[in-house]
Design a protein around this ligand. Structure first.
Ligand SMILES: [Zn+2]
Length: 127
């Protein structure tokens, strides 16, 4: 159980990093945010009015987090594929991993922004 007030709470429950009450993304499902709404994060918290884009270009930094998540994912699944299927071809591995990265891109995008903003914004208990 992740406690309110921790960065993990904000990241896992899609909450505003400052108040942990308002939603960061419109929906909790990463695929619905991108496929249905065609809108990214909320501009600001609907509870504490904290503006999420702290400065222009703030979200470019989330790409580094996204890259890190993708690399860790590729290493884990790549090694798993090689150890599960001993005589698998490299082209098959690359193809499977490429398809998985594309399918999981909305999930990666969802969490990379939440992780990125939680690096810079601390929880303030206003209750
Ligand atoms: Zn808030």
């Amino acid at each position: 159980m992740v406690k309110k007030g921790s960065k993990s709470y904000s990241i896992l429950y899609n909450k505003c990093p400052k108040c942990h009450r308002g939603k960061f993304w419109h929906k909790n499902n990463p695929y619905l945010n991108i496929l249905k709404d065609n809108k990214l994060t909320n501009d600001h918290c609907n509870r504490c009015k904290f503006k999420y884009e702290i400065e222009p270009g703030f979200w470019f930094g989330a790409m580094y987090v996204s890259y890190g998540i993708a690399v860790v994912f590729l290493i884990i699944f790549g090694v798993s594929l090689v150890s599960l299927f001993k005589d698998i071809e490299i082209l098959t591995i690359v193809s499977v991993l490429s398809i998985l990265v594309v399918i999981l891109a909305p999930l990666n995008h969802f969490f990379s922004r939440l992780i990125w903003i939680n690096i810079f914004v601390d929880y303030i208990d206003s209750n």
